[in-house]
Design a protein around this ligand. Structure first.
Ligand SMILES: [Fe+2]
Length: 432
């Protein structure tokens, strides 16, 4: 793609709204030669410059510098860290400066992992508002601009007792709750933190996400305040999932090579940036790879088109090891393309999806259903949303993505042709 090619930005569809780019994780300057971080980042920056109109602002979600010593330990030498920032900001990050739009940034585990690197970060980015929780000034912050509230969180803050990244991220939930309460009139609320709260692509080890001890109360706050989205990075992937009605958007594609094939994993994942637009109708985005191709698109709330949805209604049920609620199958295929079941004596919803191009079906899990009482359960599948696009809600509660280790969602070339539904737990409403 030539430099002069323009890429159409998604724009707000109503008068109120904004559009912006989110990206993160380039870890400029790793000691091993040939990892290509700088080349990937340059390509991502070229794509950002092709966007028309240019984004109103950019969110950089952490891990800009390498930040470690050659022996891979945290760098406790302030002077060499200062030098790293002094070289890399005007060199590899010049294209971001040249975009000439506001940049909202948070530190990742490569940027701040010691008291020294936190102090250097505060020196380098002294324009960051000093309005974070006590001990996190200049690291954690919020900005209010008209209808927009952005909260940036340092999830490895030393004053939260963070031992680098091996025990996940952590958050001062009370502070986040207070800021969201004070700005409850903001129409659009984005929260930025480096690490995912909900596991991405099966990267469930604590170092790849937020400890549940911090993540669960944090998410309760985000859901209670109807936050527009939580944006994160750290895992070298793009991922969109929804929990309690709030999207978690992971974009760790700015250049770092890590994981199988250089991403987590490639080729399902690829280097990219995300262009987003939010308005009164909802949130939309496109994931632009290093050639400027929109490889994935997403929107929330669920669109009316292209999504299959079934609501099941049931009286109280006796325990039973397994109940199949629905299957959708094509002739002469080994497995149903879609299979919805309740399994276990304290049953849990399971959805398996099968692409005839694969050997086996893949599975999605959750939530638990209390069958001792009448219940209503809705399952939705949005193929555009990838692995997070298998969702459920109980009664009239909010949607949540089901848990999976897969890096893709429903990817068969068409919906199934032949459907079979349970008579014990009937489908009372369906849409596609
Ligand atoms: Fe990271």
């Amino acid at each position: 793609m030539s430099e002069s090619t323009t890429l159409r930005s998604l724009l707000p569809r109503t008068e109120r709204g904004c559009h912006f780019v989110a990206y993160g994780d380039c870890c400029i300057g790793p000691p091993e030669p040939g990892r290509g971080h700088e080349e990937h980042l340059a390509a991502v920056h070229r794509v950002m410059h092709q966007l028309d109109p240019r984004p109103q602002f950019v969110c950089f979600l952490g891990d800009l510098i390498w930040g470690l010593t050659r022996e891979h330990g945290p760098n406790h030498d302030g002077d060499s860290l200062r030098q790293e920032w002094a070289v890399k900001l005007p060199r590899e990050m010049k294209p971001l400066t040249d975009l000439d739009v506001p940049v909202f940034r948070i530190p990742g585990n490569h940027d701040t992992m010691t008291p020294v690197s936190e102090a250097v970060w505060k020196e380098v980015f002294d324009e960051i508002p000093q309005n974070g929780p006590e001990g996190q000034e200049g690291l954690t912050w919020f900005e209010r601009r008209d209808e927009l509230l952005i909260i940036g969180i340092s999830v490895y803050a030393m004053n939260m007792g963070s031992p680098f990244t091996m025990m996940g991220g952590r958050v001062d939930c009370d502070w986040v709750d207070r800021i969201l309460s004070e700005h409850s009139d903001a129409k659009f609320k984005f929260v930025l933190g480096h690490s995912p709260v909900h596991p991405v692509n099966g990267y469930t080890a604590p170092k790849w996400g937020m400890l549940p001890e911090f993540g669960e109360p944090f998410w309760e706050v985000l859901a209670r305040h109807h936050v527009t989205a939580y944006l994160c990075s750290h895992v070298i992937a793009f991922d969109f999932q929804v929990h309690d009605g709030v999207p978690q958007i992971t974009t760790g594609g700015a250049g770092t090579s890590s994981g199988p094939g250089g991403c987590m994993p490639a080729p399902a994942e690829y280097h990219h940036c995300v262009q987003l637009a939010v308005d009164d109708i909802g949130l939309r985005g496109q994931v632009l790879d290093t050639d400027g191709t929109a490889r994935e698109e997403f929107q929330w709330p669920l669109p009316a088109d292209g999504v299959m949805r079934w609501s099941f209604q049931s009286d109280a049920l006796p325990p039973k090891p397994s109940r199949v609620l629905l299957t959708g199958q094509n002739e002469n295929e080994a497995y149903p393309r879609i299979r919805v079941s309740l399994d276990g004596y304290q049953p849990r919803l399971n959805v398996t999806l099968y692409d005839p191009a694969d050997v086996y079906p893949c599975s999605w899990h959750g939530p638990e259903i209390d069958i001792r009482y009448p219940f209503e359960l809705t399952v939705a599948i949005d193929p555009a949303m990838g692995p997070g696009g298998v969702l459920a809600r109980v009664g009239s509660g909010p949607y949540s993505s089901l848990a999976t280790d897969e890096p893709f969602g429903y990817k068969a070339d068409a919906w199934p042709e032949n459907w079979e539904a349970s008579t014990e737990i009937p489908v009372v409403d369906a849409a596609d």
